[in-house]
Design a protein around this ligand. Structure first.
Ligand code: SF4
Length: 220
């Protein structure tokens, strides 16, 4: 965003014109020019997308070394609050962004998927670091890339990515949120019909629901 500095005298002129408008002293051409300069027309969809893109709440969630870099984005150096992203939430039900910051083991994947499923729509995911996107330096049987079991909107490369890189990824996400029709992730990715079918078994305890059994694969 470009920051424009204006001489203080311009502010004074505008203040006086605003006062004239409120008093009903502006008429004719002056009134028309005043309104043209200040009225912005848009659609409700665009206004909602603009608001959503500038008020995303990330989940308080870290996986490994990348999480240390992620934490620093709320500090004074980067101050992600400038973009409305700083309110890290403690519950998936209050968050609409999950930053997958670190390596994902096969054991951890179903837990992350459950957290993702608990988040409310519309929701987004950023994969931070080489491990999460491609298993990185730990390229072995124990790890799984994030987009094998859930949709990922933006991949931030690096090991670890610098906080500036994550901030860049967040701004890319903001562009995506603002630049296209919103909706649930299955609608965005045309993933209707790929839902996991978990057979209902009354004898299962609650923790058994929505967790992959051995040999199962993610429906996404
Ligand atoms: S990408 Fe590098 S810094 Fe990030 S979790 Fe993997 S090893 Fe750690």
């Amino acid at each position: 965003m470009e920051i424009k500095r204006e001489p203080i005298s311009d502010f004074r002129v505008r203040q006086l014109r605003a006062r004239d408008l409120l008093r009903g002293d502006l008429e004719g051409e002056d009134l028309e020019r005043y309104v043209e300069e200040r009225v912005l027309t848009t659609t409700v969809d665009k206004a909602v997308a603009w608001a959503q893109g500038n008020s995303i709440y990330p989940l308080t969630f870290g996986l490994a070394c990348c999480a240390i870099e992620m934490m620093s984005i709320v500090g004074s150096r980067l101050d992600i609050a400038r973009f409305g992203f700083e309110a890290f939430r403690g519950s998936p039900r209050q968050a609409d962004l999950i930053i997958l910051s670190g390596r994902v083991s096969i054991k951890m994947a179903p837990i992350i998927r459950r957290i993702w499923d608990q988040m409310l729509e519309p929701k987004w995911a950023i994969s931070m670091g080489a491990c999460c996107s491609s298993t990185g330096v730990f390229n072995n049987y124990a790890l799984v890339p994030a987009d094998k079991f859930m949709p990922v909107e933006v991949h931030v490369p690096g090991c670890p990515p610098r906080p500036e890189a994550l901030a860049h990824g967040i701004l890319k996400l903001r562009d995506k949120v603002q630049g296209r029709p919103q909706g649930k992730w299955r609608d965005r990715y045309e993933a209707r019909g790929t839902e996991e079918i978990v057979p209902y078994n009354p004898s299962d305890d609650a923790t058994g629901v929505n967790v992959f059994g051995s040999g199962d694969t993610a429906g996404a």
